[in-house]
Design a protein around this ligand. Structure first.
Ligand code: FEO
Length: 134
């Protein structure tokens, strides 16, 4: 059963970004299902997925911010790097046999609230000028 739904307040209005951000909601729901059903393979699948996701999404977003001349790019990149490091640490702990599923779930939920609803909003105006989103 899905625990989280995509809502309008998560939207940036930049289509490519929004469709990538939706994937985080999908991962939250996939992870929640895996926890409920004790599916350890499912949990590992989400950890690997989130790691790959962070690389591709962050690169995409940073390139847009750079092209748009967004002034706070450096600080935003640091937030991305910090999150990636935290996910990588969790993967290491998971590979060592620890159950990190609850930690990962709260980290992903926190990322939605603090980053997607927070820092990601700061670049919307600049980036929209180059993507053509209205
Ligand atoms: Fe959409 Fe800055 O991550």
């Amino acid at each position: 059963m899905a625990c989280m739904e995509w809502t309008q307040e998560l939207e940036t209005g930049i289509q490519a970004i929004d469709s990538q951000h939706r994937q985080i909601v999908n991962y939250i729901n996939e992870l929640d299902d895996a926890i409920q059903t004790g599916n350890t393979d499912g949990i590992k699948h989400v950890i690997e997925g989130v790691l790959n996701y962070t690389v591709t999404h962050f690169e995409f977003e940073e390139e847009l911010m750079q092209k748009a001349g967004f002034s706070a790019l450096k600080a935003h990149q640091q937030t991305h790097e910090f999150f990636m490091r935290k996910v990588a640490v969790l993967r290491g702990r998971s590979n060592a046999g620890e159950d990190v599923s609850s930690l990962l779930l709260s980290m992903l939920k926190g990322w939605l609230v603090n980053h997607i609803k927070g820092e990601d909003r700061d670049y919307i105006e600049s980036v929209k000028k180059i993507t053509g989103d209205s």
